[in-house]
Design a protein around this ligand. Structure first.
Ligand code: AMP
Length: 222
């Protein structure tokens, strides 16, 4: 990665909109979204050793071990397309991961450009996450909040193949929220201490949050 390429982190509980907004930042700024959740789901689907170890932990709504996550992330970060800069979505999630990221970046003369905390209400997250589903092209939908214009057909690519995540049910979301508060929320203070934290209200409309995030990114990554 180029040493002045932006490294952005999106922090927030499940359902806060990290994935949605990371994809929009990709479009708006030409950055690359790195979602450790997507990488782990791909490993589970491919049946790799890491995937076999991660599957049950993910289905229980708990965090996969730092060793597994870091190995997957390092591998992804060694690929050439990350040169333009990255948006980390769902990583780091523990103190250990944050420290490992700092080390990895400093070996390349870099540091975290900004950690942006998407501030939301927990209770609303259970409803948001439980009803969501995705087209094979990556476009996100929701039973209540965002159905395709033509039922069963993706607005973006016209595809008809949709999927739901195994861990997007109310019971598992509660576990994921607990894991977030116990292990990940302390990172807000960690990045505040480094002077790179920004907070935004993420309860509003997706387009408004996109605008607010865009302003932050323009400010730090110009
Ligand atoms: P996500 O797609 O970010 O909601 O992640 C889905 C699940 O993958 C989480 O509930 C965890 O089980 C696992 N996971 C994703 N990223 C991490 C990470 N950085 N550290 C530990 N577990 C992770």
């Amino acid at each position: 990665m180029a040493s002045n390429a932006p490294v952005l982190i999106l922090l927030g509980p499940p359902g806060a909109g990290k994935g949605t907004q990371a994809r929009m930042l990709e479009e708006d700024f030409g950055l690359v979204q790195l979602s450790t959740g997507d990488m782990l789901r791909a490993a589970v689907a491919a049946g790799t050793e890491a995937g076999r170890m991660a599957k049950a932990v993910m289905e229980a709504g708990q965090l996969v071990s730092d060793d597994i996550v870091l190995a997957i992330l390092k591998d992804r970060m060694s690929q050439p397309d990350v040169a333009k800069g990255i948006i980390l979505d769902g990583f780091p999630r523990t103190d250990g991961q944050a420290a490992a990221l700092d080390e990895l970046l400093s070996a390349n003369g870099q540091k975290v450009t900004a950690a942006i905390s998407l501030e939301v209400d927990d209770e609303a997250m259970i409803g948001r996450v439980s009803g969501r589903y995705t087209c094979a092209c990556g476009e996100g939908y929701h039973d209540q909040f965002k159905q395709p214009a033509k039922a069963g057909t993706c607005d973006k690519c016209g595809g008809t193949s949709f999927k739901r995540r195994a861990d997007d049910n109310a019971e598992t979301v509660r576990e994921r929220l607990k894991a977030y508060h116990a292990q990940t929320a302390p990172l807000i203070a960690y990045y505040e201490g480094k002077g790179v934290l920004q907070k935004i209200d993420a309860m509003g409309a997706i387009a408004d949050i996109r605008t607010a995030l865009g302003q932050i990114v323009q400010g730090v990554a110009a």
